[in-house]
Ligand binder design. Structure first.
Ligand code: ADP
Ligand code: MG
Length: 695
């Protein structure tokens, strides 16, 4: 494959390619329009399209597609070839126009729209996002696009992300200008999404209808060894997995994805890939690509990549840590504490903006990560709980408390400082990065939101973060713009924010029961499950937030809520039906037929020797006969529960029923089935031991 510096980005129509292939004035205009967020005129679009097509054809592409991210959470594409007939149609040329580049009209009636688009006006349209580079995948030129209804309502994950970045930009720049940073023209959010995943052998996967239909195992007992020895975490990577990772890196690098760190995770067969961060929009696109390519490459190695949040019970699930910060067009990370007193006050001011945003919009952050899959992970003793809180580390907390109380601050090396003079010690990253249990941690120069599920798009979480912080910054900007003494105003904002929002800060162990009680005392929300969380999306304050910053219209919010609820309901419905199928057609018959074997053995032994000891068989027969009876009964209950929930037309009420009745029946069935599995030598579905250890 050669040297990565040579093939990195080779499948991307990036800045370097554009500069080389576009006439200078076209290139300059394109860049200027992108920077100012202005639409392109047709003549320029034609030039860009033609250069893109020539480049893509040289690289072997025959088709193009508008690549977009509908509300299904995965990406969608419809391929068109470049061919255009000439003359009498016996010859073709390859053609791609500016019109085709800028706008597409997929027949999109089957994508979820939450009622926004009646089928008679089914046409949605896709619009080119020139801030994310086009790339080639499967011999197809992929053009990153936003997806909207004919009336302009967002039907995707990209549109609100771009809008939220714009809102944050507006108010962050206002704040920076008000405090004198007039050299800054724009602020964007940076994101690094660490991706966890499992790899299992395809041969065993194929013997698991639950994995195939639902992405997680609905039955199965842990083998004698789980993750308790901590010997997988950061352990030596097996050759087959290593080969997968190498091919994955090569493919991602060609696509310009900055894949950087790879290691084994806590659970057996679990791994992680972390990229170097980039702008939030690009990071979201790249994370979608990463998930897609992971699945594709796994197949080349006889493996299946599981992105579900909780594929196995009894070992860790998978998340996606969303590392988030704000960066100026002058290249400064605004969460770098910095060395000068002045930079430190600014840092504390922006830190306070995040503290207030997280406290005021705990519910939205929780909702942004709510899904049927992630419910199995949040709150289990391995992932952050469903309660949103923030970790800042002792040092920062001491500083903030000192400011709140108007006290002098003594740093840990006993250096006396006067806080009013804006002096902050340059603290090392090490003091801030050691709480793995916090859902939202400050880690030295960025925040890490750890509740995002492994299979989710990172867009939703970042839409909430960007918009909530934009809202707080807009309030700060109002005060600062009107202040005579800006420094004093900054300090007052810091003081009052700490006073009013310190309840959201918690540096202790988020997995402990004491924290749950303490959080309740503090009045923090504990939205345990998706049906508990989702309805708050359209609370008055949340509608006000998103509509004020033009991120969502009220109609878009209701449509999103509808889609989220429907997705939850469909997911649990499929799980319930799959569990029922496995119970009735695999597990219960296996238990019954093993009972028959035991009975035959008892009869045969007794016929041969009337006084023979058949205690073992009798005992097992009794346990397993009971189990088969209970399995039969619980299957009936599950069947009824699924039918009951499916018959409810109100999506919110249906979600409750899926949660309270279907999931409940499934977990009761699982307990009985898993206990039976430990007693039966030939189990009808691939065991955890095979899936996790290959034995
Ligand atoms: P660790 O969390 O293991 O200490 P790092 O802090 O180096 O590792 O990075 C974790 C992730 O955070 C990486 O994906 C990295 O690119 C990302 N990251 C680092 N700095 C920023 C930043 N300023 N904005 C967004 N993401 C960042
Ligand atoms: Mg991390």
């Amino acid at each position: 494959m050669g040297n990565p510096t040579e093939y990195f980005g080779s499948l991307v129509f990036n800045d370097e390619v554009m500069r080389a292939r576009l006439p200078k004035e076209i290139y300059d205009t394109l860049k200027a329009r992108i920077n100012d967020n202005q639409p392109l005129d047709r003549a320029i679009a034609n030039e860009v399209a033609s250069a893109m097509k020539d480049w893509a054809v040289e690289k072997g592409a025959t088709h193009f597609t508008h690549w977009f991210q509908p509300m299904t959470g995965i990406t969608a594409e419809k391929h068109d070839s470049f061919i255009t007939p000439v003359g009498d149609g016996s010859k073709i040329i390859l053609d791609f126009s500016g019109k085709e580049l800028i706008k597409g009209e997929p027949d999109a009636s089957s994508f979820p729209s939450g009622g926004l688009r009646a089928t008679f006006e089914a046409r949605g349209y896709t619009a080119w996002d020139p801030t994310s580079y086009a790339f080639i995948k499967d011999n197809t030129l992929c053009i990153p696009t936003a997806f909207c209804s004919y009336g302009g309502e967002a039907l995707d994950k990209k549109t609100p992300l771009l809008r939220s970045m714009e809102a944050l930009n507006t108010h962050a720049v206002r704040v920076l200008h008000a405090i004198g940073n007039t050299e800054v023209h724009s602020v964007y959010t940076t994101v690094g999404a660490e991706q966890e995943y499992f790899l299992v052998d395809k041969a065993y996967y194929d013997r698991r209808k639950d994995l195939i239909y639902t992405g997680r195992t609905l039955f199965g007992t842990m083998p004698p060894k789980g993750q308790e020895m901590d010997d997988h975490y950061f352990g030596v990577i097996k050759p087959r997995v290593k080969a997968f990772m190498k091919e994955l890196n090569d493919e991602l690098w060609k696509l310009g994805v900055l894949a950087k760190t790879e290691h084994n995770e806590a659970a057996p067969a679990q791994h992680e890939l972390a990229p170097i961060f980039s702008s939030a929009n690009i990071a979201a696109d790249h994370n979608q690509l990463t998930m897609e390519i992971m699945k594709k490459i796994a197949a080349n190695h006889g493996l299946v990549c599981l992105l579900h949040e909780k594929p196995f019970e009894g070992v860790n699930g998978s998340g996606k840590h969303d590392n988030w910060a704000m960066c100026t067009d002058t290249g400064e990370n605004l969460f770098n504490p910095g060395k000068h007193p002045y930079e430190n006050t600014r840092f504390l001011l922006l830190l306070c903006a995040v503290i207030k945003a997280v406290d005021d919009y705990q519910d939205l952050l929780r909702i942004s990560v709510a899904s049927a899959g992630n419910d199995h992970r949040l709150g289990a003793h391995e992932a952050p709980p469903a309660i949103v809180s923030m970790f800042l580390g002792d040092e920062l907390c001491d500083i903030l408390t000192a400011i709140r109380d108007g006290r002098e601050y003594h740093d840990r090396k006993s250096i006396r400082m006067e806080v009013g003079a804006h002096v902050l010690p340059t603290f090392s990253k090490d003091t801030t990065d050691r709480n793995r249990t916090s859902p939202f941690a400050f880690t030295g120069n960025k925040f890490e939101f750890r509740m995002v599920g492994s299979s989710m798009s990172v867009s939703d979480a970042n839409v909430v973060l960007n918009t909530a912080v934009a809202e707080v910054l807009s309030g700060f900007a109002d005060i600062l713009e009107a202040a005579d003494d800006t420094e004093k105003a900054m300090l007052n904002i810091i003081k009052s924010t700490v006073r009013d929002h310190e309840r959201i800060i918690f540096n202790g162990n988020n997995y402990s029961d004491e924290w749950v009680a303490e959080a309740q005392r503090r009045g923090l929300l504990n939205l345990r499950s998706t049906p508990d969380a989702l309805p708050h999306f359209v609370d008055k304050k949340n509608i006000e937030l998103f509509t004020k910053h033009n991120v969502f219209t009220t109609a878009e919010m209701y449509s999103r809520l509808e889609i989220l609820l429907e997705t939850y309901n469909k997911t649990v419905c499929i799980e319930g039906k799959t569990a029922l199928d496995i119970l009735r057609r695999k597990i219960t018959p296996s238990v019954i037929s093993y009972c028959k074997e035991l009975a035959e053995s008892i009869n045969a032994k007794r016929a041969a020797l009337p006084e023979v000891n058949v205690d073992a068989e009798l005992d097992m027969l009794s346990i397993l006969s009971n189990a088969s009876g209970e399995l039969y009964k619980v299957a009936k209950e599950l069947d009824d529960a699924v039918k009951y929930a499916a018959g409810i037309s109100d999506a919110q009420l249906a979600a409750r029923a899926y949660h309270d009745r279907v999931l409940d029946a499934m977990s009761r069935a699982r307990k009985i089935a898993d206990a039976a599995e430990t007693l039966i030598p030939k189990w009808p579905i691939a065991s955890y031991s095979k899936l996790l250890y290959g034995v």
